[in-house]
Every structure is written in structure tokens, then in C-alpha cells.
Design a protein. Structure first.
Length: 473
């Protein structure tokens, strides 16, 4: 996500979990397991969003089948969720905001589903044993909601001039599909969307199939690599499609006609930025790349939706580089908790600095100095808190998570030298490819690769409040 375009302050998103009326379906069948079972936790105790995600299981795959009618902003859908139990479960929770649940099954048997605010509590007809693979099917429909925080930033399902878009960071994905919506539980996806034939439906991964029947068109997208749910997207609209390739990698760019004149360079820029990033960060982690360039002036940010970053208008070069860099940092290598957001945004911001440096603009050192001296246009708030310790959900995407985190990386680069620094970046993306990480993992890698005592540097720049010394004695 681009800090230059969005200040994501999210107390309302963190507090969406208020109780609502209960609805549900009745289970049938007899329990077949004698293993003691207990309810899975509602939430994974994330320090910033304690009720996001759920305990007791890991999702392996989501198969989402959606039908969207823009005239009524009506979504009718089925989610097939394949997971493995990490404890013996008498019940388990899914995160879902709004929308009416019509039917619930677990392993093909009817299950009870009860709503408590944004928690959908599912009780199967028989307990699920620890280690057991199980499949939950949720049929649901309704008008999907836009989630708005106290500062007016929006996510979730949002109507556009000619369709809609689903954006998920950090809580918005639960507005259009049920799931375990925490970045620590990544899964593969198949997303099939049916829309009026006059429109197109864009999602993550590779377009496997497109079919038109009467007045409706169906698009089947597949993401074979794991994805955090906040990086999943659906964009429906009157898009122009560019399909090219770069070194055998498919490049799929969808552009709103209202942005076409300003976005003519985007397909070539995506190819160029992806190829450049490979030289700096290592092997590209996915099977396709691209972009969605929408015309959505009411929105004020871009988002690193996996394989196909979303832009609310035609972006500049640095923003494209930022979101492409997120394919390595955030989408493939994903923070285990939201307090480690700097591992996403600091790296993507530093990618901008590197790109500018290598294009003959300001050096990374000059950009660092401008942030340090407060002369950079994005430097306001840089010292509000240490980037590895956001004080609350409201500040999870505030300036320190971007600028000061990038400054931390530059300090590491200066301390260890370019050869070791870029080896660290490539090792990081290779060793944690499609995995989940925390700050300590990166610090340990820097120590291992450099052999230098870096604790004081990380303490000053990542954890210690206030403005660190420009250069340690």
C-alpha cells in the first residue's frame, strides 16, 4: 500500500466486531469422534487486531464462486473452505461482515451457523479431530458493505462508477467472503465471478477460463501460490485488457477507459519494474503479474493485491514500483502479525528509493537525509513512534511504518555494505518464500549474513522512541 496515498487509521475496523442478531441452520447426523473437543478461539490475539482471524485450524484453500449484480449492488456467493484442524474442534469461527448466511455444511453434513457481529460460529454435526482435513461450505448473499474507519478511509466492498472493487487491508476481505482473515493464515484461491456480459471481472492469479452465456459472463481466476486474505481482490468494471508477457511471465493489465490516456505506459512499466525487482530481490514469487487501473476518484490509495496491484487512478512510476515490490515483501513474505507491518511497507518504500537512485534521480542517501531533516514531502510524522511498535490499530499504517522503516533498511545497508545487504534481501525472499515472518527473523538474518553487532542499530531505529542519531559513533 502506498503511504503517499493513504493514511490508514483503523480503530473502527478493529472495533467492527459488535454483536448482531443470531441466525443459523440446524446440524444433522451423530458425532463420530470421541476425541475431547473444544471451540476454536475467536481471534488469534493479534496485538493490534485481537479479534481478527480465528484459532483451531489452518486454511489450505478457498474456492469462491460469486455472482454480482451491479445495478442492485447484490452479491450471491458460495465459499468452499478447505482447512486442517490444529485442535479437536467442537466449533470454530469464521470472520464475516454483514451478508446473510443461507446454508452451512461441514464435510457435506449440515452444520449450525450462528452470527455474533463479525464472528460466524460454525458447529459441525460431529467434532473435527485434531489433524483432520475438513471442508466447510457457506452459501451467502446480500449487499456487501463498505467498511469506513474514523478518518474516512474505506475498504471492503466499494461501488465504483461502473461496477465495484473488493479491497481487504487489513479487515476488508470479510465484507465479501467468510474466512480466517489474519495474515498468519495464508491459502491458495480459486475465485470465479459472474457479472453482466457488458463488464469484466478481474481477480488475482491467472485467468483460467472465460465464458459468456446470454447476458452474463463468467471469469475463473486461480492463485496456486499462498495468499493472505487481505491481498485478495475482485474488480468489476468496463476495463480495457492488455495481455503481454515478460520473460515468459504473463502480464495482465486492466485499465478503466477514463484512465487510458494517462495509463498507456502501465503495461510496459509493470514489465520493467518486475524485471528490475528480480535483479534486486530475487526470483519473482508468482505465476503472473499485472495491474488494475481503475477510475475511482473517491478512493485515495493503492493496494498491493497479489499479482495484480490495484490503483484507483493512473499511477506514477514510483507507485508502480512500490506495489510491485510488495509482491515479494508482504504478499510472498508476509508478516505474522500486524505489528510487523514495517516488513511490508518499509521494504516497498525502500524499493522506491532504490529505483529512483538507479534511474539517475536522488540517491537513497539523499532521500534518507531529506526524511531525517524533515524536508521530504512525506516526512511528517516520521518520528511519532518506532516502526516495529505501532501503538494501536489506528496507527498501523502511519508514517514511521513507511519512511522510518525504509531509513532503518538504509542504515543496515550502510553498516554491512551493498554486497551483503542485497544478499540479505535475496536470502530473505528465498528462505521465507510464501511464508510468514516477524521482525526477529529479519534481525537474525542480518546478524547471520553480516557477522556484525547490529543490535544497537535495530534498537535505535526499530524499537526506541524518538529520533535516533543520524550515524552511531
Amino acid at each position: 500500500m502506498s503511504r503517499a496515498l493513504r493514511q490508514l487509521a483503523l480503530p473502527a475496523a478493529a472495533a467492527l466486531l459488535a454483536c448482531s442478531a443470531c441466525t443459523g441452520s440446524t446440524p444433522t447426523g451423530k458425532p463420530v469422534s470421541r476425541t475431547p473437543a473444544s471451540p476454536g478461539a475467536a481471534g488469534v490475539a493479534d496485538a493490534l487486531f485481537p479479534q481478527l482471524g480465528n484459532g483451531g485450524y489452518d486454511v489450505a484453500h478457498y474456492a469462491l464462486t460469486l455472482t454480482y449484480q451491479p445495478d442492485e449492488n447484490m452479491l450471491k456467493a458460495t465459499a468452499v473452505i478447505t482447512a486442517r484442524a490444529t485442535q479437536s474442534l467442537s466449533s470454530f469461527n469464521l470472520d464475516l461482515h454483514g451478508l446473510a448466511v443461507r446454508k452451512t455444511t461441514v464435510n457435506k453434513h449440515a452444520a449450525q451457523s450462528v452470527r455474533h457481529g463479525d464472528e460466524l460460529v460454525v458447529t459441525p454435526s460431529a467434532p473435527v479431530s485434531r489433524g483432520q482435513k475438513f471442508t466447510t461450505v457457506i452459501a451467502y448473499d446480500g449487499v456487501p458493505k463498505t467498511i469506513e474507519d474514523s478518518h474516512g478511509a474505506t475498504e471492503g466492498w466499494m461501488e465504483t462508477d461502473d461496477g465495484a472493487v473488493g479491497l481487504g487491508e487489513p479487515t476488508g476481505s470479510m465484507a465479501w467472503f467468510p474466512g480466517n482473515h489474519h495474515p498468519s493464515d495464508k491459502a491458495t484461491y480459486d475465485i470465479t465471478i459472474t457479472v453482466p456480459a457488458t463488464l469484466k471481472a478481474i481477480s488475482n492469479g491467472t485467468l483460467k477460463h472465460r465464458a459468456t452465456k446470454g447476458e452474463w459472463a463468467t471469469y475463473a481466476w486461480s492463485s496456486p501460490e499462498p495468499m493472505p486474505s487481505y491481498a485478495a481482490t475482485v474488480a468489476v468494471g468496463d476495463f480495457d485488457i492488455s495481455e503481454t508477457a515478460s520473460g515468459g511471465l504473463p502480464v495482465h493489465v486492466a485499465t478503466d477507459p477514463d484512465e487510458k490516456a494517462k495509463a498507456q505506459r502501465i503495461p510496459s512499466l509493470v514489465r520493467e519494474a518486475t524485471a528490475w525487482a528480480v535483479t534486486r530481490f530475487g526470483l519473482y514469487p508468482f505465476t503472473s503479474t499485472g495491474a488494475i487501473v481503475d477510475h475511482f476518484p473517491e478512493l485515495d490509495y493503492a493496494l498491493e493485491t497479489q499479482t495484480r496491484p490495484y490503483f484507483h487512478k493512473a499511477p506514477d512510476d514510483k507507485l508502480v514500483v512500490h506495489e510491485i515490490a510488495h509482491q515479494w515483501f508482504g504478499n510472498s513474505v508476509t508478516p505474522r502479525s500486524w505489528k510487523d507491518m514495517w516488513l511490508n511497507e518499509g521494504f516497498a518504500t525502500y524499493a522506491e528509493w532504490l529505483w529512483e537512485e538507479e534511474q539517475g534521480g536522488n540517491t537513497a542517501q539523499e532521500t534518507f537525509d531529506a526524511f531525517y531533516d524533515g524536508t521530504h514531502p512525506e516526512s511528517d510524522g516520521t518520528w511519532d513512534f518506532p516502526p516495529a511498535a505501532p501503538p494501536n490499530a489506528e496507527q498501523v499504517s502511519d508514517p514511521p511504518v513507511y519512511g522510518r522503516a525504509a531509513m532503518t533498511l538504509h542504515q543496515v545497508r550502510k553498516a554491512v555494505g551493498d554486497k551483503i545487504f542485497f544478499s540479505i534481501l535475496r536470502t530473505w525472499t528465498r528462505d521465507h518464500r510464501h511464508g510468514s515472518v516477524q521482525s526477529a527473523d529479519f534481525i537474525d538474518l542480518c546478524h547471520e549474513k553480516s557477522g556484525l553487532p547490529l543490535d544497537a542499530l535495530f534498537n535505535d531505529w526499530l524499537y526506541k522512541p524518538g529520533k535516533p542519531p543520524r550515524t552511531r559513533p
